[in-house]
Design a protein around this ligand. Sequence first.
Ligand SMILES: *Cc1c(COP(=O)(O)O)cnc(C)c1O
Length: 396
Amino acid sequence: MSQHLSREVPPQTTSLLDLTQHEIEALRTRFNLADAHTHQRQSDRQQKIVSRLPELWYEAEEGLQATYEQRFTEAFFRLHRQPTALAANKTLLSYAASISTMVAGMFLKQQRMAVTLIEPCFDNLHDVLANMGVAAHPIDEEALHDPDRIYEELRRRVRTDALFLVDPNNPTGFTLLQYGRRGFEEVVRYCKDHNKLLVIDFCFASFTLFDPEVTRFDVYELLESSGVTYLAIEDTGKTWPVQDAKCAMITASDDIRETVYNIHTSVLLNVSPFTLNMLTQYLEDSAEDQLASVRDLLTRNRELVRKTLDGTILEYQEPVAKVSVAWARIDHPELTATELQRLLYAEGVYVLPGRYFYWSEPGKGESYIRIALAREPEMFADAMALTRRVLDRHAR
Ligand SMILES: *Cc1c(COP(=O)(O)O)cnc(C)c1O
């Protein structure tokens, strides 16, 4: 190992404080497999949308803001098959999921609530809450792994007034949808019985659409009919290759709706009508091709990860929901994620070390790395070839 280290001195990334700081560094790297944003080119169908951009721009200049908001929201919830959310017509739009999360955080702070947050998860969620002065306690994702025990595990483990889940989870791809309605029903039943605010980040939900294994049922029907107090966050940001022109959403149960609305209007007035008009085209296109433009590329890159890691010290973890990131476990007595990340970075391949996803106990993440899949297949194949070369130096 020392041989390779002395051959080339890799830049220092161990002092970076969070995943986003890694992702910023990775943006300068040839093979950036760090951030889960979409860096692939347009599909043939999506190119047709891009060629109509001037038309969409002028159209958005002419119409009413409310029209573009309505069209966008309808297209989104229609694609996601969420008729109850569509009919409730109370979803608030923002520029980014982190803004919606901040609104949730402001609400928690205002209500003096601490939160129990799923672990592992993208550290940005924890950091946003922490920076807003909201205390977060971890709950291991494993607490949700057996539908018969969810209620009991939550009853035993949750000590705060709010429970914050990410479904499907980033990075693991775990989703309660694998149990049909049952998993969410148990979570909601627990929150209702124990008077807990349920916050759910659904930013990765588009990766469950058109997948028979994890079909998204009408989750808002369950939330609304149960009477649970909830905040649900949705997003477009990780799905379509639109250069981070995105729109996120937050929906609140009726009992807290006005309070949340008042916080929301302290943060923003509206999302760009041009962005909404453009995103609506992507949503409608994906409804037509059953998300093929998005899913086919991810499937192809995921297959290559599986093949590349086969027989190496990196064990590919098959996710329940085929999200846009791959999660792999290091099977080696000494090699940590921090070290492996550094070795790959020295070759120009930037992956994320798992420690940051274990936001309460980083050491637990030293056995995992995350690989982003929403990339051009040619570049991705070169990155995987390099990755394999590095891994082969560390045969078991
Ligand atoms: C990326 C991500 C966010 C934050 O999205 P931004 O567009 O960066 O604000 C929130 N939740 C999940 C699950 C994410 O993957």
